[in-house]
Design a protein. Structure first.
Length: 63
């Protein structure tokens, strides 16, 4: 259940960031908050995909 919530949060942050970026660029407002949301969601996406790859490949992190 936690994985579903995590991916929903990632998708929501990415969606909200893109919408904010479009709206703020049309209104000539600062884009920094929207870019922060997009960067945070991309970082979460990379970390989550890496964790899924480790779990699915059944690798042990301890060498």
């Amino acid at each position: 259940m936690g994985i579903i919530i995590y991916w929903a949060i990632v998708g929501f942050l990415l969606f909200v960031g893109i919408i904010q970026l479009i709206i703020k660029s049309i209104k000539n407002q600062p884009l920094k908050p929207a870019l922060r949301l997009i960067i945070a969601s991309v970082i979460m996406l990379v970390i989550g995909a890496g964790a899924c790859a480790v779990i699915l490949s059944n690798l042990k992190i301890n060498h």
